[in-house]
Design a protein around this ligand. Structure first.
Ligand code: GLU
Length: 406
């Protein structure tokens, strides 16, 4: 069993393509088969090496491992030419002299004008009348095959047994089958995946949804690869049980094309966030802490000095006077203590005096933000000197306000 992922490197990797790659990978691995990747770069003006590199690196990041050689269609012109000549020699294709602005010698496929039927593993029996396709073009000239020819030749030469791809390709399948038959290739089994839709049920597209369609967008936001894989696996597939959190190994074990839905699958970032949280919880504490620290990069209070609103400094009904006492004690703990013991000592003190009473003003003094992670993380990121400076500043400001008030 061999499946394939043949992206065109004409833009950043789309999450729909990631899901397609993932399903091909899961299916192959589940059945002990092979998952191959090839680069469909016949469109010379739009294909870019940077997109190819980004795509290959993304697969590594996700843990989707490809096998075998990496083919580039741009390097296989001679092979396609051989098949084009064979079709022409067999009377199944012909060179057509056409003028469309310029003189062209396109290769057209001689359409037998018949009905093509196939059993799609997801959509069931599908039938197309190919007559309306007329004698379609299979090469812009003998050295420049179009996708339909290249895809059929490559899949056959690589021994691909199952073609799992987006539903947007279903209308291409009859052409591919006609070319396969003309070349005497075996027909692979097809499975066309439901589209991924945005929350407004429109097709998820770059034009309409911007950067939020590319894997890099979610990667830059800090989502874990485990979460991306898990969430994308659930777009159109479910195991038929209550389980929602899966490792790659579990997905391979449970994946089943028969359980893929026909209707579009809605991409919901809220759900992705939840899946991500569940995966974070499963990481070792040290990893979790690193992620948290990373997620705080660029927070205003880490980049610059916090602006304090003195009214927000005390916790609930606590007075400014009492707040000064709490902050001074914490200041003392930090300045005298070993940084590794500081959190524990502050926590002990806070438990005695009331957690909110102590921890709230510490956190606010350090960040000037009413919503931020716990003060111990902030203390650690800021370090001893900066933390002491900020606490001192808050204490001074509170004392000055008291003098004014009295
Ligand atoms: N290069 C095509 C794409 O990226 C592949 C389609 C196919 O799977 O045959 O959409």
């Amino acid at each position: 069993m061999i499946t394939r992922f043949p992206p065109s490197p004409t833009g950043p990797l789309h999450i729909g393509n990631v899901r397609t790659a993932l399903f091909n990978y899961l299916f192959a691995k589940k059945h002990g088969g092979q998952f191959i990747v090839r680069i469909e770069d016949t469109d010379k003006t739009r294909s870019k090496k940077e997109y190819e590199d980004d795509m290959l690196e993304s697969l590594v990041w996700l843990g989707i491992k490809r096998e075998g050689e990496l083919w580039h269609q741009s390097e296989r012109t001679e092979i396609y030419k051989k098949y084009l000549h064979k079709l022409i020699d067999d009377g199944k294709a012909y060179i057509s002299h056409e003028t469309e602005g310029e003189n062209r010698e396109v290769v057209r496929f001689k359409n037998p004008n018949k009905k093509v039927a196939f059993d799609d593993l997801i959509r069931g029996a599908v039938e197309f009348d190919t007559t309306e396709l007329e004698d379609f073009i299979i090469a812009r000239n003998i050295d420049d095959p179009v996708y339909h020819l290249a895809v059929v030749v490559d899949d056959a030469e690589a021994g691909v047994t199952h073609i799992i791809r987006g539903e947007d390709h279903i209308s291409n399948t009859p052409r591919h089958i006609l070319i396969q038959e003309a070349l005497g290739f075996p027909r692979p089994i097809y499975a066309h995946l439901p589209l991924i839709l945005a929350s407004d049920k429109s097709k998820l597209s770059k034009r309409k949804h911007g950067e939020a369609v590319s894997l890099n967008y979610y990667r830059a936001k800090g989502y874990l690869p485990e979460a991306m894989v898990n969430y994308l696996a659930l777009l159109g597939w479910n195991p038929g049980t209550e389980q929602e959190i899966f490792t790659m190994e579990e997905l391979i074990g449970q994946f089943d094309l028969a359980k893929i839905q026909k209707g579009g699958a809605i991409f919901d970032e809220k759900k992705l966030q939840w899946v991500n949280k569940e995966h974070i919880k499963r990481l070792p504490p040290e990893e979790q802490r690193k992620l948290l620290v990373k997620s705080l990069e660029g927070e205003p209070y880490l980049v610059g000095e916090p602006e304090l609103d003195l009214e927000k400094l005390p916790w609930k009904k606590v007075s400014k006077e009492e707040t000064v006492v709490y902050l001074e004690k914490v200041l003392e703990i930090i300045s005298s203590g070993n940084m590794s013991r500081v959190p524990l000592d502050i926590m002990r003190y806070a438990e005695r005096e009331g957690k909110g009473n102590v921890l709230w003003p510490v956190r606010y003094a350090l960040t000037g933000a009413t919503a931020s992670p716990d003060p111990f993380i902030i203390l650690e990121i800021l370090g001893k000197e900066k933390s002491l400076g900020r606490l001192e500043k808050a204490i001074m400001a509170l004392k000055n306000a008291e003098i004014k008030d009295s």
